[in-house]
Design a protein around this ligand. Structure first.
Ligand SMILES: [Zn+2]
Length: 410
């Protein structure tokens, strides 16, 4: 069985740096993919697993080692009994920077090629209505601290990914509309280009909920679930649609906006310009108001809500039940529309799991009977790391898909 591109196309790829042929490009990527699947292995096993010749594997691995993407890992006696060989693995010193701007916090972290989060820092900060330049300035400081830590730990950061709570155009580096932080048509391409000085792949901007949905798929409880709806509750409600183990992002890259599904045509106006959106019923501000919780910042209000729920406060319980009910209304239509039968709940919905999940289940059972089984709803374990892990993880994917971009030019 041969999975190597080489086996079907025996074209001789030019090996001179700067002119890496298509076949060699694909085979470089194939080696990284295989190392991601198998972990530490040998060149001989890589050849067997990919269908490439041992000579090809050795040459490809040599390029990837010099690019800092693969590392030698010493003798590997267990894998090659009787014939100890030098093992190879993904180079865990290769990394991507992940960043998130949200309504009431910003965060930075560094994710290595193997998908391990090396650093993670969250700063509570109110970003709504602030000048984008001011917010990006603060984020630059936070990113600088993460990059310093990465450098001190011997990591090489090749790229950055930023998650924002709104509609984005990744290709042009624009935040089109992020109503909860008040950004409309903000061009961050120039800012992004200079953020990671050593990273020739630059920094890309992504939708926060789509990033978090992918983080669940790659690193979280979505692993092994090929199809699900990710729903994340914050000030806004974000969604991400995972179909066939990939993100369904839609033609403009912004599918999954479940927070702006209409759950009551007669409902109140929404920040998106519409009315009766789910966000007005299950977003955290709506829940705080219903629960009668006032004053303090968002973290303090959430703490007060949790305390009231623990105490069995009927007004707080009813507020969260109501949020779960409307969440179920929106999800039921989505499950039916997309033929999806599982959900991953993140953000505050994960924090409120004990109280909101039963109401969510009951609502889906009422509006879309027999679609969801009890174990079809799982709660995120990634917390506030999810979006930045997804944004950084998308850049790690770019490295794995296009490693030739990092080959040393001699
Ligand atoms: Zn809306």
């Amino acid at each position: 069985m041969s999975t190597g591109v080489e086996a079907s196309r025996r074209a001789t790829a030019p090996t001179s740096p700067g002119r890496v042929g298509d076949v060699r490009r694909r085979n470089l990527s194939l080696i990284l993919h295989q190392l991601g699947l198998s972990g530490q292995t040998t060149r001989a096993r890589l050849a067997a697993d990919t269908g490439l010749t041992k000579a090809s594997v050795s040459s490809l691995v040599a390029d990837l080692v010099s690019a800092g993407l693969v590392m030698e890992v010493g003798l590997n006696r267990a894998a090659e009994r009787g014939r100890p060989g030098l093992g190879v693995a993904l180079n865990t010193a290769a990394a991507a920077l992940g960043l998130e701007i949200n309504v009431d916090y910003m965060a930075a972290g560094v994710l290595n090629l193997a998908g391990d989060l090396q650093f993670h820092q969250v700063v509570e900060q109110h970003n709504a209505g602030k000048d984008p330049e001011e917010v990006l300035g603060r984020l630059t400081e936070l990113a600088g601290q993460a990059l310093q830590q990465a450098e001190a730990a011997g990591l090489t950061v090749h790229a950055g990914g930023l998650a924002v709570p709104g509609l984005v155009d990744t290709a042009s580096g624009r935040v089109l509309n992020a109503p909860n932080i008040g950004w409309r048509n903000v061009d961050i391409a120039e800012w992004a280009a200079s953020l990671v000085p050593e990273g020739i792949l630059g920094t890309a901007v992504f939708n926060e909920a789509n990033s978090a949905a992918l983080a669940e798929l790659w690193y979280g409880h979505g692993r092994g679930m090929g199809n699900y709806l990710f729903i994340s509750g914050e000030v806004g409600i974000g969604g991400g649609i995972i179909i066939d183990s990939g993100l369904f992002a839609g033609p403009g890259g912004n599918a999954g906006e479940i927070g702006h599904i209409v759950v009551d045509p007669e409902g109140p106006e929404c920040s998106c310009g519409g009315s009766g959106c789910l966000e007005r019923y299950a977003g955290q501000d709506a829940v705080f108001v219903r629960a009668g919780i006032e004053g303090g910042n968002d973290a303090e209000r959430m703490a007060a809500l949790l305390e009231a729920l623990e105490d069995g406060d009927e007004q707080a319980l009813a507020a969260v039940r109501r949020a779960g009910h409307y969440l179920g209304v929106a999800a039921s239509s989505t499950f039916r529309l997309l033929d999806i039968d599982a959900a991953v709940l993140g953000g505050n919905f994960a924090t409120l799991e004990r109280w909101i999940t039963p109401a969510f289940h009951a609502s889906v059972e009422e509006h879309a009977p027999a679609v969801l089984a009890a174990d079809d709803v799982v709660v995120s374990g990634l917390g506030r790391q999810a979006a930045l892990m997804g944004a950084a993880g998308s850049r790690i994917r770019t490295v794995i898909e296009h490693p030739h971009l990092l080959l040393k030019q001699h």
